[in-house]
Write a protein that binds this ligand. Structure first.
Ligand code: NDP
Length: 493
């Protein structure tokens, strides 16, 4: 038996009885002298921290990345320094739109974020379970998220979702088709893939740069709920995916993914029919085949959800030498907005919270000091870089200064940019419709899933939406209209 733990107040003074309070006589008023009661209630009032906005609902686990297949011709980052190297990591899965406490099996994109604790600092992959996204322009992101949420009267509003879609359909159609396919309701986190979606720039030790996209393919097979199963599970077991993740690890059925990359030269990128920085497009597998690099295995449940998952702060800005962001506008905006969100949610010293600490190395920068909840203020070190010889700088970081060097852009002018609409936007949605046709029932499911949601919008909006789907394939919009009519007939019976 372990020794009993001595209970104290926050200042370490012993407590005689945690359930005793002080009052004047057994019916009398409480007294302010009872600092233990005051402290206990004050703590309770402050237990919640601001939720993530979005991605508030999440589940996490620790594990490792096992680098098993050489990629040194493309990237020399620390986690690829030696085949066989195991890098510890933390992964957090999430839904996007729901408030904290909402069910985790709603139809939604799922976040798939991993923090790798490498000896050259923490690397975060802040990915999703879909290879594309709804918009490719970051100024649209806040309004897109607003359309997913209750409206100004705090009422569900399906119309706003579909009206936003109609205004942005050329960017959104591809992702909306993925979301309303059965992949929009994964059975569990271990039964879905993860994708960088964004294009990254990786560099090898010779300084040669390539564009890459990262894919994490589940080793457990894709398994999805149908629309109706997902809705039912939301009510019956709102923590279904959280429990599945926990129980899989507890029973040693460790969730794992095969990690691969698609690699593209800058030359190849300049010949693409779309921009390599457009997150609404995938890189065709036949032209850019997957190259395996390793495995991600989750094998340890957190022991304290708040400390290890709720306080975890993932950011695409957490990069390590030989890995950079490309000029994807969505990615570049996230470099700013994620650390900003963490400063707002956890405080400016959030990277000192144990789960966020780069514990395989040591964070040292005497300019980054002071502020609330500072745990390590660099002792008596000067508050500036006094004599440069006293410090060690690593020339590898010069790669970061050469951001995207060698890539050719149309011009070097500052321009006012919006996605230029073209028919190429409908090519991949049309391909996806054909991909779905290879699995019995998948096309029908997409039509049914959209109809189940869209039936709640106005008839005018329904017509507009169907016209957009018809641009991918006339069977889709036409099918959705028929399915809505069918659903409405059966609800009247
Ligand atoms: P391929 O025919 O080579 O690959 C099709 C891909 O579609 C599969 O590899 C699989 O991705 C994905 N897929 C299979 N079934 C479903 C489904 N039910 N719902 C959603 N995705 C599914 O084609 P391309 O690379 O030329 O891409 C064709 C279309 O496939 C794209 O327009 C895109 O919509 C979709 N897709 C492509 C991906 C890519 O990275 N190229 C990734 C995911 C989807 P996976 O192997 O990753 O499971």
């Amino acid at each position: 038996m372990t020794a009993p733990k001595k209970v104290t107040t926050d200042n370490g003074a012993p407590i005689s009885d945690p359930e005793t309070i002080q009052r004047i006589g057994s019916d009398g008023p409480l007294v302010l002298h009872d600092t233990n009661l005051i402290e206990t209630l004050a703590h309770f009032n402050r237990e919640f921290i601001p939720p993530r906005n979005p991605h508030a609902v999440g589940s996490g686990a620790f594990g490792e990345f096992i680098y098993d297949t050489d990629i040194s011709d493309v990237c020399s980052a620390a986690l690829f320094s030696e085949v066989g190297l195991r890098t510890p990591c933390l992964t957090r899965f999430s839904t996007v739109a729901g408030d904290r406490g909402s069910a985790d099996t709603v139809r939604d994109v799922c976040g798939f974020s991993t923090k790798f604790y490498t000896k050259e600092g923490n690397l975060d992959w802040v990915f999703n379970n879909t290879p594309v996204f709804f918009v490719n322009n970051p100024i649209k992101f806040p309004q897109f998220i607003h359309t997913q949420r209750p409206n100004s009267k705090n009422l569900p509003d399906f119309e706003q979702f579909w009206l936003f879609f109609c205004e942005n359909a050329q960017e959104s159609l591809h992702q909306v088709m993925v979301l309303f396919s059965n992949r929009g309701t994964p059975y569990s986190y271990k039964n879905m893939n993860g994708y960088s979606g964004h294009t990254y720039v990786w560099t090898n030790s010779k300084g040669e740069k390539h564009y890459v996209q990262v894919h994490l393919k589940t080793d457990h097979g894709i398994k999805n709920f149908t629309n109706e199963e997902a809705v039912k599970t939301c009510g019956e077991n709102p923590l279904h995916r959280q429990i599945d993740l926990h129980d899989s690890i507890a029973s040693k059925n460790y969730p794992s993914w095969t990690v691969s990359v698609q690699v593209m030269s800058f030359e190849e990128a300049s010949k693409l029919p779309f921009s390599v920085f457009d997150i609404t497009k995938v890189w065709p597998h036949d032209k850019f085949p997957l190259r395996r690099i390793g495995k991600l295995v989750l094998n340890e449940n957190p022991t304290n959800y708040f400390a290890q998952v709720e306080q975890a702060a993932f950011s695409p800005a957490n990069m390590i030498p030989y890995m950079e962001a490309s000029n994807d506008p969505m990615l570049v905006a996230r470099l700013l907005s994620y650390p900003d969100a963490h400063r707002a949610r956890l405080g400016k010293n959030y990277s000192q919270i144990p789960v966020n600490c780069p514990y395989k190395t040591r964070a040292y920068n005497p300019l980054h000091r002071d502020g609330k909840m500072q745990m390590d203020n660099f002792g008596s070190d000067p508050r500036y870089f006094s004599t440069l010889e006293n410090y060690e700088f690593d020339t590898k970081t010069q790669f970061l200064k050469n951001l995207n060097k060698g890539a050719k852009f149309n011009n070097n002018q500052i321009v006012e940019w919006k996605h230029e609409l073209s028919d190429i936007d409908f090519v991949q949605p049309a391909q996806l419709w054909k991909v779905l046709g290879k699995t019995p029932g998948e096309q029908k499911a997409l039509i049914h899933n959209v109809a189940s949601h869209l039936q709640n919008a106005s008839p005018t909006t329904q017509d507009k939406v169907c016209k957009w789907f018809n641009k991918a394939n006339v069977e889709i919009g036409t099918g959705i209209k028929l399915e809505i009519a069918k659903l409405q007939r059966s609800s009247k019976l």
